[in-house]
Ligand binder design. Structure first.
Ligand code: Q46
Ligand code: ZN
Length: 301
């Protein structure tokens, strides 16, 4: 690991990853051993490794998989669900499977067509659906916190995009911990946000975690992938560039850059706007009436 000037063997590397994760959980005050943690798993290396790490650390942690009904010619959703189930079975862990098409009435690609949102790419409706279903399952089943497997490469790419466009609201909100700003939202944390994608792949390999190698077929050509490749070029010339880009941002934020006085308080959105409550699902919405998810479901009906 050039950025840390550190070389570890196959025995000490996973131990180091587990210890580091515990450090980050404490440093950012993500959760405590008393909390009920729900990990959102996709079948990929990051989320399954996160579950593995939290399980080894002895946290009270269950998993949730959102079945999206995406095929891509190779049974993407089916395959990733099977890997999550296998992972949970091998360790005796509890996995909940939420069937998105069952909840909405159509698969994610069909939903994109019906609603005409993102005609070519279902990612915006997919993201909206996943966020909604994850908040709902976490709240209904009384979890204290929802953990996701976002790694440093993911966070640096999002930060890069937000900085290129100076999305102040998003910049202010991007953080290893996202407090619940509304009764319809659960607290969210990203314990892997300081690990490089390479480190996560190495961890999964060394621990023998079986994960889905293929990306979602709809991820191809996304701006995030483009930003990641740009940042990889930078990292190749300057080892540690991604980490310092992200950490310097967190420090700058702590010092008050992007501060918006009201943001973060309950009932106030990312841009400081008021949050209303959706009369149908009880989730948050920035305009009065149905939330974006419920409006989308109405359209399907
Ligand atoms: S799963 Fe969904 Fe992603 Fe696939 S359709 Fe797009 S948003 S790429 S993380
Ligand atoms: Zn709603």
């Amino acid at each position: 690991m050039r950025q840390h000037k550190l070389a570890l063997c196959a025995m000490h590397f996973p131990q180091w990853m587990v210890e580091q994760t515990q450090r980050f959980i404490e440093k950012y005050r993500m959760f405590t051993p008393d909390d009920r943690v729900l990990v959102a798993v996709s079948g990929g290396k990051d989320s399954l490794s996160l579950w593995d790490i939290l399980w080894q650390l002895g946290y009270n942690v269950d998993g949730v998989y959102i079945a999206l009904g995406i095929d891509g010619g190779f049974g993407y959703s089916q395959k990733s669900q099977a890997l999550c189930e296998k992972f949970a079975d091998q360790r005796g862990l509890k996995l909940m499977v939420i069937d998105a098409p069952q909840q909405i009435g159509v698969t994610i690609p069909e939903l994109a067509k019906v609603t005409q949102r993102g005609k070519n790419k279902p990612c915006s409706v997919c993201g909206l659906t996943k966020r909604h279903l994850l908040d709902r399952v976490a709240l209904e089943r009384k979890y204290d916190v929802l953990a996701t497997g976002h790694n440093l490469d993911d966070e640096a790419a999002v930060l890069f995009g937000n900085t290129l466009n100076w999305h102040i609201g998003y910049l202010h909100r991007q953080s290893p911990v996202l407090p619940a700003r509304h009764a319809g939202l659960v607290r969210k944390v990203k314990p892997l946000c300081r690990f490089y994608e390479r480190e996560m792949a190495a961890y999964a390999l060394v621990r023998g975690i079986e994960y889905i190698y293929e990306e979602c077929p709809h991820a191809e050509g996304s701006t995030t992938i483009y930003y990641k490749s740009l940042l990889n070029q930078l990292e190749a010339d300057r080892p540690g560039a991604k980490l310092s880009f992200y950490l310097s941002f967190l420090q700058a934020k702590q010092r008050g850059l992007f501060a918006q006085p009201q943001e973060g308080e309950e009932g106030v959105g990312a841009g400081g706007e008021r949050l209303y409550t959706c009369p149908s699902c009880g989730g948050p919405t920035t305009v009065e009436g149905l939330c974006a998810f419920c409006r989308m479901v109405e359209k399907v009906k």
